[in-house]
Design a protein around this ligand. Structure first.
Ligand code: FVH
Length: 281
């Protein structure tokens, strides 16, 4: 197969493929980034057209949608009839546009969302979500499994990217929550490392309630006897006051308080916190 793009992730993917014994051709816009891979057994292509012609399966791991189009548009003819797996992060609608572009050029297309950092590639724990042309996914499954656990989500090429960014949103907000808490306890002399240990235990315990949240949301029934939004409002008011006392900016926690205040003001105070889902759509 061919890997287009030898940034941190492209290098990791190509290295795992070479290590797995797969004949691998690599290409990168800026020359010289293929040296270690060639030393390990990969073939370095001098042009993207040569790289595409070398394999039936092309894996693109470029910066963004624009770089994918800039790289692939000129070689659409050579890509025709081949399998293209795009692991570049793109918004769901951009993934659908790429799939439409591929279909118009006779290219079989699968989009992927990498749920791993480069050091995880080829290791247990790395996973990649795929969507688009199922036959392409299935035909290349054993190869794809050699870089990370592979899961197919469905025909819609935007699905993998939607899941990818939904999980990233969950991750960013979790890290942001930790940063806010670390800033609070710093006001009483606690190190970020010490707080991290407590945060891991607390976040792990709280994450166990996510399936309950999911069931509540899917049922659309937000009635609750415990910890309703009126209760949460009191709690968030206290958190905000404690944050202000600690001299911590409200950029992160403020929007959460606003969401709760809005629902209470609209008469939903007796509902569960999970009702906030409805405010976000
Ligand atoms: N690294 C990570 O942890 C994350 C994990 C989740 C998925 N992302 C996405 O993977 C894509 C590639 O990420 P990366 O880490 O390899 O990114 P860079 O190291 O910055 O390398 C970028 C490569 O893209 C090439 N490139 C940029 N612009 C162009 C262009 N106009 N034409 C052709 N190639 C282009 C760049 O080439 P060069 O600058 O060396 O010439 C690199 O090969 C990305 O979507 C992440 O969001 C990684």
């Amino acid at each position: 197969m061919t890997v287009l793009g030898l940034g941190a992730m492209g290098q990791a993917l190509a290295a795992a493929l070479v290590e797995g014994g797969h004949p691998t051709t690599v290409w990168n816009r800026t020359r010289g980034r293929d040296a270690d891979l060639i030393a390990a057994g990969a073939v370095g292509a001098v042009s993207v057209a040569d790289a595409v012609r070398a394999s039936d399966l092309i894996i693109a791991v470029l910066l963004d949608y624009a770089s994918v189009r800039e790289t692939l548009d000129p070689v659409a003819d050579q890509l025709a009839g081949r399998h293209l797996v795009n692991l570049t992060s793109t918004a769901p609608e951009q993934a659908r546009q790429l799939a439409a572009w591929a279909a118009a050029n006779g290219i079989r297309y699968v989009d992927g969302g990498i749920m791993a950092v480069p050091s995880m590639i080829g290791q247990p724990g790395a996973s990649i979500l795929y969507s688009g042309d199922r036959a392409v996914f299935e035909a290349n499954l054993s190869l794809l499994e050699s870089i990370a656990a592979a899961e197919y989500l469905g025909d819609d090429p935007g699905l993998a990217s939607t899941y990818d960014f939904a999980l990233l949103s969950t991750m960013y907000l979790m890290f942001a929550g930790y940063l806010h808490g670390a800033a609070m306890v710093r006001s009483v002399g606690v190190s970020a490392s010490a707080f991290a240990q407590r945060a891991v235990a607390w976040v792990t315990a709280m994450a166990q309630s996510l399936p309950d949240y999911g069931r509540t949301i899917d049922a659309g029934d937000y009635a609750t006897d415990v910890q309703h939004l009126d209760f949460q409002k009191a709690a968030l008011d206290a958190v905000v006051m404690a944050s202000q006392d600690a001299g911590v900016a409200l950029d992160l926690i403020g929007p959460v308080k606003n969401l709760i205040d809005r629902q209470v003001a609209d008469g939903h105070g007796a509902m569960a916190f999970a009702r906030t889902f409805e405010e976000l759509r």
